[in-house]
Ligand binder design. Structure first.
Ligand code: NAD
Ligand code: AHE
Ligand code: ZN
Length: 372
């Protein structure tokens, strides 16, 4: 079939809207009509050319919601008409990682996903009527109106949930709230510090408030993020440019009375990752890296920071098991337990998708959502 899609032809170039070819679902795969997709900083990261797994030409996008239109042979868990959220972290429930119950990082199709192809090693997308392959992205490619996904990479969700809001659960909401609930297991009364008050950090903040955190300290260079952060539960704000960039750790230790019980780095900067670790409380504080730093960069700290009891961890997709946890998070939204609407500051049609990247880079949006 033909589908409209925003194609990333090469790094650092704007996406262009094309009508491209899409092969139907093979065994174990499903065809999904994407109804809405968010634009995450990770899409911008890959488009920047700094992602070691970035392949071009590709159809980016990994934060979508849509409707199953066709299923391949052997598909049993979803049927045409089901509403789904694509999962860049699938859940096969059979691999060593899924069976371990210790991680959400299903390994069954991770290798081919990173190569921009389906599990059989080929792409379903092409241009010039099949002559030139176009790569998939993070196994999702939600910047295409129609996409093909493995059955294990879709979460079936309730049908009364609006696509233009729940698409954000496909990455940002789950990543932020999940990092608090599933990865950190943050306890009521904990002091929490959040570096980066963007589409991820604000969800960490609402997750921290949800579990009953005490102080919730936000750190950002952009003071325009403060109002929204306070609305979502931030109790204290530190602008590194106000306290001095080399005094951020001191300022946090001061405001938390000894250091953070939990810190979350939601920027993707190795310097703030170090600050996020070093602002943790001696003896037990845990820092969780969420931000994706450019390939080739490295984190560092004095080993003494770890010897004295600080813990350095990371979280992908908030530690959420996609097919199990995503439908529950959709329920939380529908029951009014979490706020998604206020974080979606901009919407646009597909042909304006480059505006979403511009707004993000200018720091003017929290989340932009493309509605097909
Ligand atoms: P965003 O652009 O919406 O927000 C980033 C925020 O960081 C902005 O408010 C910006 O002002 C602030 N910032 C930038 N540099 C700063 C600095 N030096 N000090 C303080 N604040 C600074 O981005 P987002 O969509 O929230 O994504 C944040 C990061 O999380 C990205 O690196 C993204 O790739 C990553 N991410 C990771 C996962 C995961 O599963 N681990 C999932 C989604 C996104
Ligand atoms: N290809 C990148 C990896 C980037 C990365 O860490 N991605 C996160 C999700 S970001 C969503 O916005 C993730 O899930 N990581 C676990 C995994 O298996 O990729 C790079 O830098 O090489
Ligand atoms: Zn994302």
């Amino acid at each position: 079939m033909k589908t409209r899609a925003a194609v990333a032809w090469k790094a650092q170039a704007p996406l262009t809207i094309e009508t491209i070819d899409l092969d139907g679902p093979k065994a174990g795969e499903v065809l999904v009509e994407i109804m809405a997709t968010g634009v995450c900083h990770t899409d911008a990261y890959t488009l920047s050319g700094l992602d070691s797994e970035g392949k071009f030409p590709a159809i980016l996008g990994h934060e979508g919601a849509g409707i199953v239109r066709e299923v391949g042979a052997g598909v049993t868990s979803v049927k045409p008409g089901d509403h789904v959220i694509p999962l860049y972290t699938p859940e096969c429930r059979q691999c060593k990682s899924c069976l371990s119950q210790r991680t959400n990082l299903c390994t069954s199709i991770r290798a081919t996903q990173g190569q921009g192809v389906m599990p059989d090693g080929t792409s379903r997308f092409s241009c010039d009527s099949g002559a030139k392959p176009v790569f998939h992205y993070m196994g999702c490619s939600t910047f295409s109106n129609f996409t093909v996904l493995p059955e294990i990479a879709v979460a079936k969700v309730r049908e009364d949930a609006p696509f233009d809001k729940i698409c954000y659960i496909g990455c940002g909401v789950t990543t932020g709230i999940g990092a608090v609930v599933y990865t950190g297991k943050v306890w009521p009364g904990a002091n929490v510090v959040v570096f980066g008050l963007g589409g991820i950090g604000l969800n960490v903040i609402q997750g921290a408030r949800m579990v009953g955190a005490d102080k919730i300290v936000g750190v950002d260079l952009n003071p325009s993020k403060v109002e929204m952060a306070r609305k979502f539960g931030m109790t204290h704000f530190i602008n590194p440019d106000d306290v001095g960039r080399d005094k951020v750790v001191e300022a946090i230790v001061d405001v938390t009375g000894g250091g953070a019980d939990f810190s979350f780095e939601c920027i993707g900067n190795v310097h703030t990752m170090r600050q996020a670790l070093e602002c943790c409380h001696r003896g037990w504080g845990t820092s969780i890296v969420i931000g994706v730093a450019p390939s080739g960069t490295e984190i560092s700290t004095r080993p003494f920071q770890l010897v004295t009891g600080r813990n350095w961890r990371g979280s992908a997709f908030g530690g959420a098991r996609g097919r199990t946890d995503v439908p529950k998070i959709v329920d939380w939204y529908m029951e009014g337990k979490i706020n998604i609407d206020d974080l979606i500051t901009h919407t646009m049609p597909l042909d304006k998708i480059n505006d979403a990247f511009d707004l993000m880079h200018k720091g003017e949006s929290i989340r932009s959502v493309v509605i097909y």
